[in-house]
Structure formats: C-alpha cells, structure tokens
Design a protein around this ligand. Structure first.
Ligand code: UDP
Ligand code: MG
Length: 310
C-alpha cells in the first residue's frame, strides 16, 4: 500500500449511464493508495446524482458535490480542486474518453518529480474531422496569440501535485480556462500518451458555439495580443486611407478631367472599414466584459449538496 492520497475529480453533466462503468474502471487503478473519487455534478437533469449517491453509500471514498444548476465544466473542476485533499489530484472526464488505466503511469511520473502530468492524445477515435480540425486550429491560434504556451492535444485529463492545487485554490482571479492557468505556473511538467476513445454513452456537450466561446475565453484570458492586433489593423487601414488620399490628389492635379467612378469601390471600402471597427469594438468589449465579471465578485458556483465530503 502506498502512503500518499490520490484524489480523482470527475465533472459530470447528464452522465447517468457512465457513473457505474467509470467507478468500476477507476477503483482498480487507484486502490493501491488511499484514494477519494470526487464527483462534481454540474446541474444534471437526469439520474446522475442518484447513481452517484448509490455508489457513495457503498463506498465512503466516493464523494459528491452537486451544483444547483449548470455552471460549466471548468467550474466543476474548480469546485473539485477546492475540496480535494490528495497529495496528487487527477481530473478525468466521466464519459470514459479518458482511459483511467493510464493513471498509474501518471502517478509514476509524478513520483519521479513532475508536478504536472498531462495525458496527451496521440489518436482520437469517434470524433469527427470537424472536431479534430477545429481543436487543432484552436491550439495553434491560442499558442500564436498567447504568452503562456498551452500544450497541444491536451485536455483536462491531468495529474497535478498538491502544490499546484494550492496555487489554483489561492488565485485571486476566477479562471475560466484551467488548462491555461495550470500551464502558466511553469511547474515541472511531464506527459503520458493515450488514445482518446469514443464516448461510452451520451453525446458531447461541446457543440460548435460552446467550443467557439471556450476558445475565445482561452485566448482573452491569456493574452492582450488581440488588443494590440486591433491597433495594428487600425494603423494599417489608416495608412492605406492616407495613401489613397494622396493618390487621388496627385491624380486630380495631373489629369483633372478624369472623374472618380463607381460607388462599388466606396461601398467595399466602407464595409471593410466598418467590419474592422466592429471587430475592434468587439475585442475591446471582450476584455471589458472580463473586467466587469471580475469586479462583480459573484460566486463561481453554488453548492446544493455534499456527500462524504469532509
Ligand atoms: N461537463 C460538465 N459540465 C458541462 C459540460 C460537460 O461537467 O457543462 C463534463 C461532462 O460530463 C464530461 C466532461 O465535462 O465528464 C467533458 O465533457 P464532454 O465529454 O461533453 O466534452 P468533450 O469530451 O466532447 O470535449
Ligand atoms: Mg467527452
């Protein structure tokens, strides 16, 4: 028996069919140490909570926090980190896309000194071309825009040391993009590799718009480069406009009889400028929205019920 405590945090949202299979696969891989499995129910509307309670009755190491409503995957993880007592803490999806069987490998890397061990996908099964390519574009974009390198093909399946958990729990900001803030700390990092399986049952909660919002969240949380790019765009179109004026003036001086034709050119120019202006206002708005949310200091989630939590 090992002498360190392993915490496993599982965010769940409408995963009633996946609770029992997950527990069955998790216990054998963690039972060589004292362990706790913390389910964080993110406002499920199905029998998820009931099913977790059944498991928690049989096994005191299985714990539950449930939210009043859906606060999002990242908030569920945040709540899990707050109550986890482990010397190392693993976060894993409930749908068995992340195979629990690689946890011992993660623990071994942690024992040899890594403070963060990411599970990296080297293959994805059952995810369509669209999801794969958007994920890849997203990681490229975020790494181009952000000052914090965010590892590619890494989701929220990771192990972190107690130190990292303390760091996360003591942040004054309210991170909505945990994988970014985890990597921001610069803790010694290692990887284990796995093949991303199909979801056991149910379907993904991350459709196109949720992915897009999550991507914007990630970018604006870790960089102010978009603001700077807006400034550059402004300069560029300003310079173009200025050159245009000079060109027209010279043309008028050289051949006054040639008149300006076409509203089409004018129209495209207005549309182009209008577009750039709207995008720029949108970018500024994103950051103002973030400031607004931070100063409101509303709780990030509301806990309805806790089972076996000490
Ligand atoms: N999840 C959650 N709250 C949400 C959406 C998802 O707690 O609002 C959980 C979900 O139950 C799963 C994990 O987060 O355990 C990952 O979600 P999902 O499988 O839908 O995302 P994908 O794997 O498709 O990126
Ligand atoms: Mg999934």
């Amino acid at each position: 028996m090992n002498n360190f405590l392993v915490s496993v945090i599982v965010p769940v949202f409408n995963e009633e069919q996946n609770v029992e299979p997950l527990v069955k696969r998790l216990i054998p891989v963690v039972k060589n140490s004292p362990y706790e499995i913390i389910f964080v129910d993110d406002g499920s509307k199905d029998k998820t909570v009931e099913n977790i309670k059944k498991q928690a009755l049989k096994n005191k190491n299985i714990k539950l926090i449930s939210f009043y409503r859906n606060f999002g995957h990242q908030m569920a993880l945040t709540a899990g980190y707050k109550v986890a007592h482990g010397d190392c803490v693993v976060t894993i999806d409930a749908d068995l896309q992340d195979p629990p069987e690689i946890i011992p490998e993660m623990i071994a890397k942690w024992q040899s000194g890594a403070k963060i061990v990411y599970a990296k996908r080297n293959e994805r099964e059952g995810e369509n071309f669209f999801k794969k390519s958007t994920a890849s574009i997203f990681y490229r974009l975020i790494n181009f825009l952000s000052d914090t390198p965010i590892p590619q093909e890494v989701g929220d399946f990771r192990l972190v040391d107690k130190q990292v958990v303390d760091f996360l729990n003591n942040l004054r900001e309210r991170p909505s993009f945990l994988r970014g803030i985890v990597s921001w700390g610069g803790f010694p990092t290692d990887y284990v590799y796995f093949k991303r399986e199909k979801r056991l049952t149910g379907k993904t909660h991350y459709g196109f718009f949720r992915m897009l919002n999550f991507a914007l969240e990630g970018i604006t949380s870790f960089s102010v480069k978009p603001l700077r790019m807006a400034t550059y765009f402004g300069f560029m179109s300003g310079i173009l406009g200025f050159l245009g004026i000079i060109y027209e003036l010279i043309r008028k001086a050289i051949s006054p009889q040639s008149f300006v034709i076409g509203w089409a050119g004018l129209f495209t120019a207005i549309m182009f400028l209008g577009g750039i202006q709207l995008i720029t206002i949108g970018i500024i708005g994103e950051y103002i929205g973030k400031i607004y949310q931070e100063i409101q200091k509303r709780p990030r989630y509301l806990i309805k019920e806790q089972v076996n939590i000490s």
